[in-house]
Design a binder for this molecule. Sequence first.
Ligand code: PLP
Length: 386
Amino acid sequence: MEIRYNEKLKKLPPYLFIEIDRKKKEAIERGADIISLGVGDPDLPTPEHIIKSMQSAVAKPVNHQYPFGAGLLSYRKAVADWYKSRFNVEISADEVCALIGSKEGIGHIHLGFINPEDVVLIPEPGYPVYNTGTIFTDGVPYFMPLLEKNNYLPDLDAIAADVLKKAKIIFVNYPNNPTAAVATKEFYEKLIDFAKKNNIIVAADAAYSEIYYDEKPISFLEIPGAKEVGVEFHSLSKTYNMTGWRIGWVAGNKDIVAGVAKVKDNYDSGVFQAVQEAAITALTSSQKCVEDARKIYKERRDALVEGLQKLGWDVKPPKATFYVWAKVPKGYTSAQAVSKLLDEAAIVCTPGNGMGKSGEGYVRFALTVGVPRIKEAVERIAKLKF
Ligand SMILES: *Cc1c(COP(=O)(O)O)cnc(C)c1O
């Protein structure tokens, strides 16, 4: 029998980070001493108190059954309290839905709101899942370039009226992966006006709000009017080094949250309750572990950015995220620079254009190895003839 995949699956670009992982494994097989700055997956372990909480939660029979629904009330309350203490935002437990990692909700929200031919406004370069969900629902992606001259904010005024008429969802992501840009209050105010005027749902992805260096990033939900038009996706993955645990949330407009929850009711049966319990511990305990992680990322950031700057690279220290968004040396494309770094220096990084065409001319380094390895990477780059 001939196995035929559906047309949508064929339309998907290869999932970038799986490709990068494959190349990395090939290089390791060749015996290369790889320094991996590719995938944005924290190398630091989950803090001990969260692991302990999980261990005791796993032993409770009440947690062994289908979790169903929007998540434990205690989890949703912990999220609401966290918003209050971190952003001074009032949300109630019924404005929160637990997710199996925020990727799950970001990929599924389309099913709640997109009909064939509806347009989804997607930042590029950007996280691939905004587009994947669009393709799966026969929506039409409209890519909004994130350019340095606009501080990597989408130019909402540049979107044509006929596109706006069909647009149903706009994704924004700050602090931004991959450009490391942060959003201003003015941008969010403009976005809320834009959403109201054009009847477009705002889906703000705030996965990196806690990975910052000096100023604390703001939340979309702290801007007046945000809850009328949108939701924010959040995750414990990056904040608490919990990527493998699969837990996050969507919060904000009650009807939009309900749309996501309805899709989930029909797809999965919720987040393992023991993981929700551990997440409550993470959100309600001392946040010193997050402070410590920020210090570690800052040392790494400074080692890489200062190192690259000394070599003449055009790169600025990011204000947030654990990414460094660097212009490639003159005369190189993103792909050529990435290949050279891998083949001649055994350094893995992400080609900027792999996350969208406006990323051409850049590479993204993830700060997911220790300072000594970052210094080693800089030394290796110094020896290359770029
Ligand atoms: C890592 C990441 C996420 C979420 O990851 P989960 O582990 O699924 O919560 C969401 N958005 C962006 C931009 C990310 O980089």
